[in-house]
Write a protein that binds this ligand. Structure first.
Ligand SMILES: [Zn+2]
Length: 66
């Protein structure tokens, strides 16, 4: 069991409606385009899909995160 970094509630890593954290290296592009992440690394961190989707829309993360 893990904790969602957005709502601080528990996340079940085997649930379908979750996101798993990945980190990696993105090549700098002058003209945008699709993201190609190199050396992608999966972290043992999970979050609810609805929390991530809300954060992407800007409803969360306005108080210092990111
Ligand atoms: Zn959450």
């Amino acid at each position: 069991m893990a904790t969602c970094p957005f709502c601080s509630r528990q996340v079940e890593p085997t649930d379908r409606h979750i996101y798993q954290r990945v980190v990696g290296w993105e090549k700098h592009r002058s003209r945008g385009g699709t993201n190609a992440i190199a050396l992608r690394e999966v972290r043992q961190e999970w979050a609810h899909a609805y929390c991530v989707d809300r954060a992407k829309r800007g409803h969360l993360g306005q108080t210092g995160i990111g």
